[in-house]
Ligand binder design. Structure first.
Ligand code: PLP
Length: 285
């Protein structure tokens, strides 16, 4: 695999960053995951806008222009012959020298920029999307700025392991009695044809897929209500699903052991997945 590190395209075994990099020492960095379908980038513009916002919130300088970032993404797709999969991008505050909680003026530290590809052949027809997946609920104990896409992923990663141990696929996190989001996705339920998902705030990541799916739902005259919901409400819902750049629209068929509807992916989730994939293919760059 050829990866990108700070201006260079290298075989992955030759790519290195400093052990003093604040991304490594302090999770002082942000990331984006962009899907690739048929060799093209899905919603590239959306990811770039969110990346710029994440960097701005943390006062990390932009590593390069949007045009250059697009060129790097495309070069990696080409060099790795990537048809279906994803591109992971990470920007950290870089290596200011000694380890120190205080960080220097962003104008004087060069951010670290790393990108790599992951191939996922057939991702648009994944078996999970046909059967639906199971989630458990866990307490949301993450920090209070989940709208910034930082690389502090230890708790979501532990949540995923808790789900696996419980025989499920993922965990939905609950704060003050209401679902915030999944470990790496935004959560939705459907009741009487109405799609319910938590409103945007500092409590959740502003999903790029979420924005697109809600737009498509509105265009298809589906009813959408943006508000928090409880696990009890989710267990009694007609269907549920989640969205993320790498899983698109994923049906959820079981929550904390309660089977939703007939235990199969529901019509709303299936329809939104189809629309999302169709539209994404049309607008991919
Ligand atoms: N919420 C969290 C916590 C995530 O980590 C992610 C994606 O990684 C999402 C939501 C979905 O965001 P997107 O649709 O932009 O991938």
């Amino acid at each position: 695999r050829i990866v990108y590190v700070n201006g260079q395209y290298l075989p992955e075994a030759e790519a290195t960053i400093s052990i003093f990099d604040r991304g490594f020492l302090m999770a002082d960095g942000v990331y984006e995951v962009t899907s690739v379908l048929d060799g093209k980038l899905v919603d590239f513009a959306g990811h770039q806008v969110r990346l710029a916002r994440s960097l701005g919130e943390l006062d990390i300088a932009a590593p390069c222009s949007d045009g250059e970032l697009l060129a790097i993404h495309r070069e990696l797709v080409a060099r790795n012959d990537l048809t279906d999969g994803m591109i992971y991008l990470q920007v950290t505050r870089g290596n200011p020298g000694d380890r120190d909680f205080a960080f220097p003026d962003p104008a004087t530290t060069k951010p670290t920029l790393v990108l790599f590809t992951q191939s996922k052949p057939g991702m648009a027809d994944s078996p999970a999307s046909k059967t639906g997946i199971k989630v458990i609920s866990i307490e949301d104990i993450r920090w209070g700025r989940r709208d910034i896409k930082t690389v502090q992923l230890l708790y979501p990663s532990m949540g995923k392991m808790m789900a696996k141990k419980a025989g499920a696929d993922d965990a939905w996190m609950v704060e003050e009695g209401h679902v915030t989001e999944g470990t790496s996705n935004n959560a939705y339920i459907v009741k009487n044809g109405r799609i319910i998902t938590r409103q945007l705030s500092h409590e959740i990541l502003h999903g790029i897929t979420r924005a697109a799916v809600l737009r498509f739902a509105a265009e298809a005259q589906m009813e959408v209500e943006e508000r928090p919901f409880t696990i009890a409400e989710a267990m009694a819902a007609d269907e549920a699903f989640f969205t993320s750049a790498s899983a698109f629209v994923m049906p959820v068929v079981e929550i904390d052991g309660a089977v939703l509807g007939n235990g199969k992916p529901g019509p709303v989730a299936r329809r939104l997945r189809e629309i999302y994939l169709d539209e994404s293919r049309k607008t991919a760059v």
